[in-house]
Ligand binder design. Structure first.
Ligand code: MN
Length: 313
């Protein structure tokens, strides 16, 4: 009964309509049963039918200009590593009154403090893009509310209070800071496609793309495990500067024209990384044809990393 009320509550409080047909794909790095499959998956579609379409009110969030904003601090995939998040925020001297705090998503799973990370980000006023693991955690949370079994990796969602689950439901697929020409997503963007026309699955899933035509003007996400492609960020030329996560295998990706990859694998015992953008130096733009050194771009990007305390996964 309680969970029925909860579903009603959620379906009323969350606006419907992505205006986009979602297709299915599987993240082979997340071998956790049906919860690694998301909105295109039949099981999940059933859940959506039961609960209404659980899309956030705002799919692409945009942060308005604020003259007191001095820096944007974008943190890579935290994966439940709360201690390292504290270390990193201390190292960048995060100050809530002047810094905008953004995250590339995948806040929980693998590390030891998933619930606490989700609560700490809210306490700090942080805003996260939605990761595939965040979406899968929501599916697990829903299943648990219904009394269905959930995979061990999602055991932490049993401790996730409803207000924190609601916050997760509202995670947007992208967070933009238009006056800095900056957009934060979890996976990436398909080159040549406007942000609002991107498939929602692609945004939190893509790592590699393949060309759709010989001239390489149009691209799509690879079929994972079937074909090989190139890192989408290596051919992304804007218009926005994209900061993303989701690619711990490649690790920190800098030096590209218009994108930075921040997943430096903290839960695997490597590093947690942030990029600090000086908000007073104007929009992030390519520096003519010589672009390609993201670190030097306008001099307004600074990378800061801390070591993992241990290997968690
Ligand atoms: Mn991911």
């Amino acid at each position: 009964m309680a969970s029925r009320c909860l579903y009603l509550f959620l379906s009323i409080s969350v606006a419907v309509s992505a205006g986009q047909r979602l297709h299915s794909s599987v993240d082979e790095l997340d071998q956790v049963g049906i919860f690694a499959l998301h909105r295109g998956n039949k099981e999940y579609v059933k859940l959506l039918e039961d609960a209404g379409e659980l899309l956030p009110n705002i799919i692409h969030r945009s942060i308005p200009f604020n003259s007191s904003l001095e820096r944007v601090v974008v943190v890579g995939d935290v994966h439940g590593c709360l201690e390292e998040l504290h270390d990193l925020l201390h190292k960048v001297n995060f100050q809530q009154h002047r810094d905008l705090l953004l995250f590339t998503g995948d806040l929980g799973n693998r590390g030891p403090y998933s619930v606490q990370v989700i609560q700490e980000i809210q306490r700090l006023g942080g805003i996260s893009a939605r990761g595939n693991n965040d979406d899968a955690a929501l599916a697990a949370w829903e299943a648990y509310q219904k009394g269905d079994p959930i995979p061990l990796i999602f055991d932490w969602v049993k401790e996730l209070p409803v207000e924190d689950a609601r916050w997760l439901y509202e995670l947007p697929w992208s967070v933009s800071v238009p006056h800095l020409n900056l957009v934060v997503v979890h996976g990436g963007l398909i080159p040549g496609v406007r942000l609002e026309r991107q498939s929602l699955d692609d945004i939190y899933e893509v790592r590699e793309v393949v060309p759709l035509d010989r001239a390489e003007t149009r691209w799509r996400m690879v079929q994972k495990g079937i074909e090989e492609g190139v890192a989408w960020a290596s051919i992304w030329d804007g218009p926005q500067y994209v900061v993303f996560g989701h690619d711990a295998k490649r690790g920190l990706q800098k030096g590209m024209a218009m994108a930075t990859g921040l997943d430096s694998g903290v839960c695997y015992g490597f590093k947690l990384t942030a990029v600090v953008v000086d908000a007073r130096m104007g929009p992030l733009q390519m520096q003519g044809l010589q672009a390609g050194n993201g670190a030097g771009m306008n001099g307004n990007l600074q990378y800061v990393s801390v070591d993992a305390h241990k290997r968690y996964a």
